[in-house]
Design a protein around this ligand. Structure first.
Ligand code: FAD
Ligand code: NAP
Ligand code: SF4
Length: 706
C-alpha cells in the first residue's frame, strides 16, 4: 500500500514520489553520464573550474576597434553565460616591440586597466573565469620595430627583426612581469603566456631562429632560459592564487624546431617554475602543415598532449580541431588531457557548453573549420566573425529580437542564404514558409560536403535541419516555385534566395559529350574518365580536382592516414615531428589538368589561410597547372587551346567546366513589378565572389529587418 507524503505543499503517493525522484535523479545522472568527463570540475587548489572546457585565445580585431572593449565585454560575457569553464582572451602585447601589427592591443601601463576591467567585470557577472593572454610576436610582428633572438627574418613577414641585446631581453622580461601584474589588477583570474606557434618565446627556444651565443642562446638549457625566467618571475610577482597557463609548443612542425626530449625538459621546468596549467600549441605559423583547417581530422593532435601527460603532473590542455561534445568527451575519457581547448567553436556557437550539458548536440552550430570569417579576417585586418554565425563579434549590433509585427513570409530556396533568413525570421516570431525545389535543404552545400576534407559541411545542414524544426519553419521540399505561385499569394514578404546558375561557356564544341559541368560531376554523379581537363581555377575548380583525384577513405576521417599524408612522425622521434619524414599517400590513377585564362598563381583567390593547403594538395597529386590560355574548341580529339600564341591540343576523356557562376534571379525579375515586398539575397542577388559567408550574413541581416 502506498503512503501519502507531504512534499512542498503537495500530497503525492510515496511510490509516485520515489518514482519521480528516481526519474529526475536518473535523468540528471544520464546527462552527467554522457559527457561526465567534460563536466567534471577541475580543482586548481586555490580555485575550481566548473568544467573542462577552455575557450582558446583568438584575436578578433575588437581589441583595436573603437569602443572595442565594450564590444568585447558583451562578446566574452555571452560565452561565459554559455557555460565555458575558462576563457582566454586574444593576445595582448606586453610592449610596443611585441605588437602583432602597428598599434595592436597592449597592456603596459595603468591607463590600459580601465578597458580590461570592462571585460573582466562582464565575464564575472555571468559566473565565468577569464585569463588574459600575453603575446609577444617577436619576429612575426608585422611592423618595422619587431625584435627577435637573432636577426633572422620570418618567411611569412617582410620585416626583418632587430636582435634583442641583453638589456633588451631584461627589459622584455620586466615588461612581461609588469603586464601580468596589470592583468591581475584588471581583474583577470590569470594569464596565459604564449610560448608556442613560433612567437618570440618559441623563437628563443628553437635553433631555427636563435643563433646567439650568450646565456639565452647555444645549447638547449640556454635557449629555454627565457620562458623559465618568465614563468618564475611572473609567479613571484602575482603570488600563488593566480592562474598561470603556459602555452607550450609540443610539436613545432618546422625544420630545426625542438625535439620531443627538449620539449619534455622545458615542460618540466615550466611546471617547476610555477605554472598552474600547460596548454598545447601545435605548429608554428610558418609551418607548411595544416593544423586547424577543415581537412585536418577532428582531434588530430591530442595524442601529443597525451604523451606529455606521462611527464607532467599539473593539468594539461589539448587543442586543435575539437568541435563537438562527443570528440571532446572521448579525448578526455581516453586520458589525452585534463581539459579541452576550443576557440573557433565559440564563435560558431556561444551556447556550445550549455547545449552539450543538456545533450542537445544537434542544436550546436558547429564550427566547420573553414577559417573564412575568423582567421582570414584577422589576417586581412577585418573584425573577425563566423561563417555559420554572423553575430560572432557583432553582438552589440546584430540581435535577433522578437518582432512586434508578425508577418507571413515566403522564402524561396533552402541554400545557406534561405536557411539563415528563414530560421532567424521564424525565431523572431514570424510565420515562415521555406520552399525548396530539391528533395533536401542545403543548396550548394550538398555538393561542398562531398569534397574529401569538407565533411564538416554536413554539420551546417544538420544544424539548419534542427533549427527548421525548433523554429517551426514550414518547409516545403520538392516544390519549385513559379511566378504565378507567388503573384497572387498573401505573403507579406517574399525572399528570393534561389542561388546561382553555372556560367555557360561560349566555346566551340561546348555541348560535346566529353563536356561536363561541376554539377554533373558532384550532384548527378556522371561518369568521369581517367584524363580530365578542368576549366576554371576558382574554389570549385580546386574542389572538383580534389574530388576527382581522391582514392579510398578521406584522410580527414582517419588521423593516422592524415598524419602520414603530411609527413608527421607519431613516434615523435623526428625533430619537430617532421624532420626527415617523407609524406606517404595514395596516388590517384586519374590525371587532372587545370586551366585558367588569367595570369598569376593558381588558387590565388582562395582563402588567405587555407589556399596554400589546396594548392599543396593538388601539387602532391601531380595536377598540371596550365595558365594564360584561351580556349579554341572541344572535339573528339580533346581540348584545343592557345598558349603563348601556340596552338595546342590536350587529349582528354572529359572536360569539367568550373568557370564561375551567375545569379539565378529570373523569379525575382518577374516579381519586382508586382507591387509585392520582394527581397533578394545570396547568389541570386550577386554571384560574383559569392560564398556561404556572404550568403548567411545577408540572410541573417535581412531577417532582423523583416
Ligand atoms: P544556393 O546554395 O545555390 O541555394 C539556392 C537554392 O535555391 C537551391 O537549393 C535551389 O534548389 C533553390 N531554388 C532555386 N530556384 C528555386 C525555385 N524556383 N523554387 C524553389 N527552390 C529554388 N562556399 C564557402 O563559403 N566555402 C566553401 O568552402 C564552399 N565550397 C563550395 C564547394 C562547392 C563544390 C560548391 C558547389 C560551392 C561551394 N561554396 C562554398 C559556395 C557556397 O555553397 C555558396 O556560396 C552558397 O551555397 C550560396 O548560397 P545561396 O543560398 O545563395 O544559394
Ligand atoms: P570563381 O572562384 O569565380 O572561379 C571561376 C573560374 O572560372 C576562374 O578561375 C576563372 O578563371 C574562370 N572563368 C571565369 N569566366 C570564365 C569564362 N568566361 N571562360 C572560361 N573560364 C572562366 O568561381 P567558382 O570556382 O565557380 O566558385 C564559386 C564561388 O564559390 C566562389 O565565389 C567561391 O568563393 C565559392 N567557393 C569557395 C570555396 C572555398 O574553399 N572557400 C570553395 C568552392 C567555392 P580565368 O578567368 O582565369 O579563366
Ligand atoms: Fe569556424 Fe569557419 Fe566560423 Fe571560423 S568562420 S569559426 S572556421 S565556422
Amino acid at each position: 500500500m502506498s503512503q501519502r507524503i507531504h512534499f512542498f505543499g503537495f500530497f503525492i503517493s510515496e511510490n509516485n514520489f520515489i518514482l519521480q525522484v528516481l526519474c529526475v535523479h536518473n535523468k540528471f545522472n544520464l546527462a552527467i553520464m554522457k559527457y561526465k568527463h567534460i563536466f567534471e570540475p577541475l580543482d586548481l587548489g586555490f580555485t575550481t573550474l566548473k568544467n573542462r572546457v577552455l575557450m582558446g585565445s583568438m584575436h578578433t580585431g575588437l581589441e583595436e576597434e573603437k569602443n572595442g572593449y565594450e564590444k568585447m565585454a558583451v562578446y566574452f560575457a555571452e560565452r561565459a553565460k554559455g557555460g565555458v569553464g575558462l576563457i582566454v582572451t586574444g593576445g595582448i602585447s606586453p610592449n610596443i616591440q611585441g605588437w602583432t601589427a602597428p598599434f595592436s592591443a597592449r597592456l603596459s601601463s595603468k591607463k590600459h586597466i580601465k578597458n580590461h576591467k570592462k571585460v573582466t567585470k562582464a565575464v564575472h557577472a555571468e559566473g565565468g573565469k577569464i585569463c588574459m593572454q600575453i603575446l609577444h610576436s617577436g619576429r612575426y610582428g608585422y611592423h618595422p620595430f619587431n625584435v627577435g633572438p637573432s636577426k633572422i627574418k620570418a618567411p611569412i613577414n617582410p620585416f626583418k627583426p632587430f636582435k634583442l641585446n641583453s638589456f633588451g631581453i631584461n627589459r622584455t622580461i620586466k615588461d612581461f612581469v609588469n603586464c601580468a601584474k596589470l592583468a591581475k589588477e584588471s581583474g583577470y583570474d590569470g594569464i596565459e603566456i604564449m610560448g608556442s606557434e613560433g612567437y618570440l618565446i618559441n623563437q628563443f627556444i628553437a635553433k631555427r631562429t636563435n643563433n646567439r651565443n650568450d646565456k639565452y642562446g647555444g645549447d638547449y638549457e640556454k635557449r629555454m632560459r627565457l620562458p623559465v625566467e618568465l614563468v618564475t618571475k611572473i609567479r613571484k610577482a602575482v603570488g600563488e592564487n593566480f592562474i598561470i597557463i603556459y602555452r607550450l609548443s609540443m610539436l613545432d612542425l618546422v625544420e630545426k624546431g625542438s625535439s620531443w626530449q627538449e620539449i619534455v625538459t622545458l615542460g618540466k621546468a615550466i611546471e617547476k617554475a610555477g605554472a598552474t596549467i600547460i596548454n598545447t600549441g601545435i605548429g608554428w605559423h610558418e609551418s607548411r602543415i595544416p593544423t586547424i583547417a577543415t581537412s585536418v581530422p577532428r582531434a588530430a593532435f591530442t595524442w601529443v598532449t597525451k604523451k606529455m601527460k606521462e611527464e607532467i603532473s599539473i593539468p594539461l590542455v589539448t587543442s586543435n580541431r575539437i568541435n563537438m561534445p562527443e570528440t571532446a568527451e572521448k579525448v578526455l575519457a581516453e586520458g589525452h588531457a585534463d581539459m579541452i581547448s576550443m576557440a573557433r567553436p565559440f564563435l560558431a556557437d556561444p551556447e556550445w557548453v550549455n547545449k552539450a550539458k543538456q545533450e542537445k548536440d544537434d542544436e550546436i552550430n558547429t564550427c566547420i573549420a573553414c577559417n573564412q570569417a575568423c582567421l582570414d579576417h584577422a589576417f586581412q585586418k577585418k573584425i573577425a566573425s563566423c561563417l555559420v554565425n554572423p553575430r560572432a563579434c557583432h553582438e552589440t549590433e546584430l540581435n535577433y529580437t522578437k518582432t512586434t509585427t508578425k508577418k507571413k513570409i515566403a522564402v524561396i530556396g533552402a541554400g545557406p542564404a534561405g536557411l539563415a533568413v528563414s530560421t532567424i525570421a521564424a525565431q523572431r516570431g514570424h510565420n515562415v514558409t521555406l520552399f525548396e525545389a530539391d528533395s533536401e535543404i542545403g543548396g550548394q552545400f550538398n555538393m561542398a560536403k562531398q569534397i574529401p576534407g569538407k565533411e564538416e559541411f554536413h554539420e551546417t545542414i544538420r544544424y539548419f535541419t534542427k533549427q527548421i524544426e525548433l523554429q517551426n519553419v514550414n518547409l516545403r521540399l520538392n516544390t519549385k516555385v513559379s511566378t504565378d505561385d507567388l503573384k497572387n499569394s498573401d505573403f507579406d514578404e517574399i525572399v528570393i534566395a534561389t542561388g546561382i546558375k553555372p556560367r555557360q561557356l561560349n566555346i566551340e564544341g561546348v555541348n560535346h559529350k566529353k563536356v561536363l559541368s561541376y554539377i554533373d560531376v558532384l550532384k548527378h554523379k556522371k561518369k568521369v574518365g581517367k584524363k580530365v581537363a578542368v576549366i576554371g581555377a576558382g574554389g570549385i575548380g580546386f574542389d572538383v580536382s580534389e574530388y576527382l583525384l581522391h582514392k579510398g577513405e578521406s584522410t580527414s576521417q582517419n588521423i593516422d592516414a592524415w598524419l602520414k599524408e603530411w609527413g608527421i612522425d607519431k613516434s615523435l622521434e623526428a625533430r619537430s615531428g617532421i624532420e626527415g619524414v617523407k609524406p606517404e599517400f595514395t596516388q590517384s590513377d586519374r590525371e587532372v589538368f587545370m586551366f585558367k585564362r588569367s595570369k598569376g598563381k593558381f588558387g590565388g583567390n582562395l582563402g588567405k589561410t587555407t589556399g596554400w593547403i589546396h594548392r599543396s594538395n593538388l601539387k602532391k597529386k601531380n595536377v598540371k597547372f596550365i595558365g594564360e590560355v584561351s580556349y579554341d574548341k572541344i572535339d573528339d580529339q580533346g581540348l584545343h587551346y592557345t598558349q603563348n600564341e601556340e596552338k595546342k591540343v590536350l587529349e582528354i576523356d572529359n572536360v569539367v567546366i568550373c568557370a564561375g557562376q551567375l545569379p539565378f534571379k529570373e523569379l525575382y525579375q518577374s516579381l519586382v513589378d508586382t507591387g509585392k515586398n520582394i527581397n533578394i539575397i545570396g547568389g541570386a542577388d550577386f554571384a560574383s565572389e559569392l560564398d556561404a559567408k556572404r550568403a548567411i550574413n545577408q540572410g541573417a541581416r535581412l531577417a532582423v529587418k523583416l
